[in-house]
Design a binder for this molecule. Structure first.
Ligand SMILES: Cc1cc2nc3c(=O)[nH]c(=O)nc-3n(C[C@H](O)[C@H](O)[C@H](O)COP(=O)(O)OP(=O)(O)OC[C@H]3O[C@@H](n4cnc5c(N)ncnc54)[C@H](O)[C@@H]3O)c2cc1C
Length: 468
């Protein structure tokens, strides 16, 4: 049977971009369909604008702390209007960078949502296109919890918060995950009075729990209110903003309300049933090769609900495309690759591999080795003496996992990811010369700490005495 295209990609976020650009580079005939904007959630209402907002907030905060660096006399900055600035940057990236990458892709942009007619035919704006392989990369939408009154108030989500005209005087955030925490610090540092309300025992429930508690202390010092373990009984609106009532009999008032309470897969437009593609409560069902219940249809990225991270989505896009062309024995299982996780608050928080609670739950024997920023001259001199690099290591030096709190954590975690993914023992990190005085030098210190502990063993000391 002949098809109009070799590859059809529905949704051009990080996953869809990876598939379509790589497929086009390989010389395949590619149709890319995107109903909103190139780059997906990540580019327009996710990673990029959130990090741009955080950057502005951190800079403003740094300026207000200049006196700490013996630069007294500099006045704290005036309130800022960052959203226009962010929109300008996004326009530039879209027009000058992203579009250029799609030169070889037959692009159906903003023509409307794509839907399946059958397993090889996709319809968009009334036109049908056939393809040999289809990649569903449609991501997720913000989840809105069924809280009494919520549907009748004007609330913000990540899809609307970056379009505000100005920083609100006060902001209530529903959700204490990575997005909720990043937005809490960003808006607080830009001048809002922020309250975070959420159901879990501490912030960052999907991450390292100690790190979540650590962040709570940081937030408390910055004046951000955190209400853990709360159920919201009602949300209502007044002329001054929103009112949130909790099960602890609190009444919180804010000029704006941001819902950052997780994600949901929305299959309503796709008509997956016409293609024989099954979904469950997480998203589209996929096997390790990222194949759906229809063998020529793949679902990389957030749409399958596995990781909900941009780098994972891009990686899965690449793997799904390769798998779609490789014979079975050569196909890759996307779950075999480690996925680093980072929160871009200040200090940053990151982990890769096993969390300590997983090791405990699985009765794994491990040793914790830590190097603190406060013991590192470069970190002290640069005013970054907060946090630690911590690795969980087996008695034979196998690295189970690493957690970093502190300056540069999102960069430093990648070295540990490489080591864990390639099953390198920790002495390999020790034997790598790390540029000094970089923060990643602390990773080498962790590895040295592990080796020093080995040196303390009576057997090793006996051997050293014998040799010496
Ligand atoms: C505020 C915020 C901050 C974040 N920060 C980070 C971060 O720092 N690091 C990180 O790794 N991740 C971050 N994420 C998560 C990240 O944005 C997602 O994991 C990533 O965008 C998922 O990529 P994707 O390609 O799977 O889906 P998406 O980026 O959601 O792209 C899906 C695309 O499909 C399109 N689409 C949907 N249905 C159809 C249809 N029927 N027809 C045509 N097109 C369709 C959509 O318009 C969208 O453009 C953040 C998310 C949020 C909300």
């Amino acid at each position: 049977m002949s098809y109009d295209y070799d590859v059809c990609v529905i949704g051009l976020g990080p996953a869809g971009m990876a598939v379509s650009i790589m497929a086009a580079e390989m010389g395949l005939r590619v149709l890319g369909i995107e109903k909103r904007s190139l780059g997906g959630e990540c580019m327009s209402v996710g990673c990029i604008p959130s990090k741009a907002l955080l950057r502005t907030a951190h800079l403003r905060h740094a300026v207000s702390r200049l006196a700490d660096f013996a630069l007294a006399g500099v006045n704290p900055p005036e309130p800022v209007r960052p959203f226009e600035h962010i929109a300008e940057h996004l326009r530039f990236i879209d027009e000058k960078k992203t579009r250029a990458m799609f030169a070889k892709v037959d692009l159906k942009l903003r023509e409307g949502p794509a839907s399946f007619v059958d397993s090889h035919t996709v319809e968009v704006a009334g036109r049908r296109h056939t393809a040999k392989r289809v990649f569903v990369c449609t991501g997720t939408r913000p989840a809105v919890p069924p809280i009494p009154g919520l549907s009748s108030v004007k609330y913000l989500t990540n899809e609307t918060v970056f379009g505000l005209d100005e920083v609100p005087k006060s902001l209530i955030i529903l959700g204490g995950g990575a997005v909720g925490c990043e937005m809490a610090q960003a808006f607080s540092r830009l001048g809002s009075h922020v309250s975070v309300v959420h159901m879990d025992e501490h912030l960052l429930p999907n991450g390292d729990w100690d790190a979540g508690r650590f962040l709570e202390d940081v937030f408390a010092a910055e004046g951000i209110e955190v209400h853990n373990n709360r159920r919201i009984s009602e949300v209502s609106e007044t002329s001054g903003g929103v009112v949130v009532r909790t099960n602890a009999n609190e009444t919180l008032r804010g000029a704006k309300l941001l819902v950052a309470a997780g994600r949901r897969f929305d299959a309503s437009e796709l008509h997956l049933e016409n293609a024989g593609v099954e979904v469950d409560e997480h998203g589209i069902c996929v096997d390790g090769a990222l194949r759906t219940t229809q063998r020529h249809i793949y679902a990389p990225g957030d749409a399958n609900g596995a990781y909900l991270l941009s780098h994972a989505a891009m990686h899965q896009g690449m793997i799904a495309l390769l798998n779609s062309m490789l014979p079975r024995p050569f196909r890759r299982n996307f779950r075999r690759y480690v996925v680093p996780w980072a929160v871009f608050t200040e200090p940053q928080i990151a982990h890769v591999g096993w969390l300590e609670r997983d090791l405990k739950a699985n009765d794994v024997e491990y040793e914790t080795i830590e190097a603190k920023y406060e013991d590192y001259g470069a970190a002290i001199a640069e005013g970054n003496a907060v946090g630690a690099v911590r690795a969980y290591v087996s008695p034979t030096g196998r690295i189970y996992g690493t957690r970093i709190i502190g300056e540069g954590a999102s960069e430093m975690i990648n070295e540990w990811g490489l080591a864990i993914q390639n099953r390198l023992r920790i002495h390999k990190i020790m034997m790598l010369q790390h540029a000094f005085p970089s923060m990643s030098f602390l990773s080498k210190r962790v590895a040295e700490g592990w080796m020093m502990n080995r040196m303390k063993s009576p057997r090793v000391q006996k051997l050293i005495r014998f040799l010496g």
